[in-house]
Design a protein around this ligand. Structure first.
Ligand code: GAR
Length: 224
């Protein structure tokens, strides 16, 4: 990877596109050396498409319902991404599982974000699952997509507390705020060539270290 060259991104969406927006904002602010070559949605009414257009980005709808199999859909996806010279595929609220067709076309070059501290609560409705489980902490995770569901090598995580009066909406909103911080940063680490895959561990070169004695308690210990 050439660290001086802006990274060419293909962003996949299905819905609102606030993570897409956070990535666009970082690029436009000059903090992320990348260009979005194409935004692809599998849903024609995804509001994220309008966000992309407002920023002059090329958009495309590839409706999965028009394909006989997941593999056929992925073949079309890979062809479009390759035609646009995409180096890194960024799933941003893209609600489709990718088959080996896409994984082979972009090996270790597909990122995803998930609204939980993986490996806890993979799959859909992760925020609701964390609440119902009675977890004290949840968060969000950026990872490289692999064959398993939400199972790939973890790049960065943010931890979010679950508060006694939380409902799914409030909790999701707080997690989303953190998603918007960590996703552009993960892409930046990739663009800077600082992510090294060692089996299923991602080593981040030159990363600041969390102080080894740092820990969070929820609820915190009472003051004595
Ligand atoms: C985000 O919370 C993202 O983590 C989640 O969908 C939302 C998309 O929001 N993705 C998944 O659950 C994938 N398993 P956005 O469209 O506003 O970026």
């Amino acid at each position: 990877m050439n660290e001086n060259k802006p990274l060419s991104l293909g962003v996949l969406i299905s819905g609102t596109g606030t993570n897409l927006q956070a990535i666009i904002d970082e690029i436009e602010a000059g903090r992320l050396s990348a260009r979005i070559a194409v935004v692809i949605s599998n849903r024609s009414r995804a509001p994220g498409l309008e966000r992309a257009r407002r920023h002059g980005l090329e958009t495309m709808v590839i409706d999965h319902r028009g394909f006989a199999s997941r593999e056929e859909f992925d073949r079309q996806l890979a062809a479009v991404l390759n035609r646009h010279g995409v180096e890194l595929v960024v799933c941003a609220g893209f609600m489709r599982l990718l088959s080996p067709v896409m994984l082979d076309a972009f090996p270790n070059r597909i990122m995803n974000i998930h609204p939980s501290l993986l490996p806890a609560f993979p799959g859909i409705n992760a925020q609701r699952a964390a609440l119902q489980h009675g977890a004290r902490w949840t968060g969000c995770t950026v990872f490289f997509v692999s064959a398993g569901v939400d199972d790939g090598p973890i790049i960065i995580q943010a931890v979010v507390p679950i508060l006694p009066d939380d409902d799914e909406g409030r909790l999701s909103a707080r997690i989303l705020c953190q998603e918007h911080r960590i996703y552009p940063y993960a892409i930046r680490l990739y663009q800077e060539g600082r992510l090294e895959l060692q089996q299923r561990r991602v080593v981040v070169r030159g990363a600041l270290l969390v102080p080894p004695d740092q820990a969070w308690l929820n609820p915190p210990l009472a003051a004595c």
